[in-house]
Design a protein around this ligand. Structure first.
Ligand SMILES: C[S@@+](CC[C@H](N)C(=O)[O-])C[C@H]1O[C@@H](n2cnc3c(N)ncnc32)[C@H](O)[C@@H]1O
Length: 244
């Protein structure tokens, strides 16, 4: 049990469904940030919301020990199924769950609204919650509800790693100069790059994001702005690091 060399990487054609890029390098970089800035330790419990094809689970296979653990859930079957078949038999403390949540891009026939979904975990069960490129695919009511569920399942010293497309004066200016990879259109309190498939890429005013977290008792520890809008950065999306 627990031989990381026995786990093959998911096939290349699956990577593209979850954002593409260098599977190992991106996962390693995000988990390095969790270790360095959010003090993730090998014995801790991690929840990976929108776990995709396990890009962030891979570096954790080598890092978390047997007293630690990982749970991931996602609404797109192909990734969850691959991870459950290929990772869990060797690493029983890594679990992957499929949930049928509606998403215009990833699960247009989903039967459950994100805004009503109760996470299938007990209160106070995790030390760190990760959402890498997930709130960038969600509507405002769904995000507000997810943050209340995150608060419920995180323990007192819990931390959050979450990425966003944060709209503010600088990103708006860069978008106006044509430097952004997304042209966002404003619809009420969210921005989408594609009104026909609104959840394909969703942006939020930065103040809106910080306020919802603060209302739920989280403090913004640091914001690491990404290069999506044309800034210079080694990250693509904006990373928001939070503590309780
Ligand atoms: C761009 S992929 C990122 C996957 C993974 N976090 C990574 O970094 O490789 C976005 C993922 O979010 C999932 N997703 C979208 N809405 C979701 C929701 N409401 N709850 C859970 N997962 C969701 C999608 O199915 C998809 O797997």
């Amino acid at each position: 049990m627990r031989d990381v060399n026995k786990i093959v990487e998911p096939p290349e054609d699956l990577h593209i469904c979850f954002g593409g890029g260098n599977f190992r390098a991106i996962g390693n970089k995000m988990i390095a940030t969790c270790k360095d800035k959010l003090r993730l330790k090998p014995h801790e419990k991690v929840l990976d919301i929108g776990c995709g094809i396990g890009r962030l689970a891979f570096p954790l296979l080598e890092y978390l020990d047997e007293s630690g653990g990982y749970d991931g859930f996602d609404t797109f079957p192909v990734g969850v199924n691959w991870c459950a078949e290929n990772i869990t038999p060797e690493f029983p403390n890594f679990n992957f769950s499929l949930v049928d949540i509606f998403n215009t891009t990833y699960n247009p026939s989903g039967q459950v609204k994100g805004s009503e979904f109760v996470f299938p975990y007990e209160d106070n069960s995790f030390d760190l919650v990760i959402l890498n490129s997930v709130f960038t695919h969600m509507m405002p009511d769904d995000i507000i509800h997810y943050i209340s569920e995150i608060k419920r399942v995180l323990n007192d010293g819990g931390r959050i790693f979450a990425t966003f497309f944060l709209i503010n004066k600088d990103s708006l200016e860069l978008m106006n100069q044509g430097k952004s990879v997304h042209d966002f259109y404003k619809f009420g309190i969210f921005y989408t790059a594609d009104p026909k498939d609104p959840m394909d890429a969703v942006g939020y005013d930065d103040k809106f994001v910080y306020n919802i977290f603060e209302k739920h008792g989280f403090k913004v520890q640091e914001v690491m702005f990404g290069n999506w809008c044309g800034r210079k950065s080694i990250n693509h999306q904006d990373i928001v690091l939070l503590t309780r």
